[in-house]
Design a protein around this ligand. Sequence first.
Ligand SMILES: O=C(O)[C@H](O)[C@@H](O)[C@H](O)[C@H](O)COP(=O)(O)O
Length: 234
Amino acid sequence: MIEAEWWDYEERDEFVDALAGDIGFIIESALDARGSAVVALSGGKTPVAAYEKLAKQKLDWKHVTIFPADDRLVKIDSPMSNVAMLAKIFLPKGARVMPLGTDNPDYKAAGAAADARLQDVSWPPDLILLGMGEDGHTASILPGPDLQGALDAPKARRAIGVMPDPLPKDAPVARVTLTAAAIRQSRSLLIAITGEKKKEVLEAAIEEGASSKYPIGRVLAESDLAVDIHWSAE
Ligand SMILES: O=C(O)[C@H](O)[C@@H](O)[C@H](O)[C@H](O)COP(=O)(O)O
């Protein structure tokens, strides 16, 4: 049974403030407890304003490691690069921003390299923040030939290369993504989505769990983590 707590906001600003506050609190708690923080942050547009707000917080950024929960296999100067978006916001704060993937044309090799990179990161992450598409994908756990591999990878496998099919319109490229197993290992899990359609999809995915046609339902179904969901109507 997926344990999810919804935090609903009518105004986008409230959503941005609350999400930035939650992420900052988790980072600060990790710094207090362990002197360092490791967070995986979602790509996409929804959380960017919250990241910009979070970057204004007075945290010991030099002891914070940030990496994308998934990334498109594109050059760093591509507008589709999630790590470039995170670097632009957090590198000036002195945080360590770590790429997950490179623009390796062999996406399976890129996935293996991303996994090797994550083996050197102190684990588990203190936080994984996920977004979700209207098709119920999360990170880059998307329909296609690699969906099962991303969902069923063993606990030791933290990242994998995926070639979505169909290719998402907004970023029609191969990707690397955290596996479902890696997501489930996080010390804390947040989801940030907006709009009625995504709320409907996520509610259905949580209800359906392991049998859901939505990848996020299958990711969350095997997780023992309580999930906090931040949702804004607009
Ligand atoms: O690389 C990505 O695209 C993201 O990690 C992806 O999982 C994203 O979170 C959703 O597609 C929602 O994206 P929006 O926030 O832009 O709707």
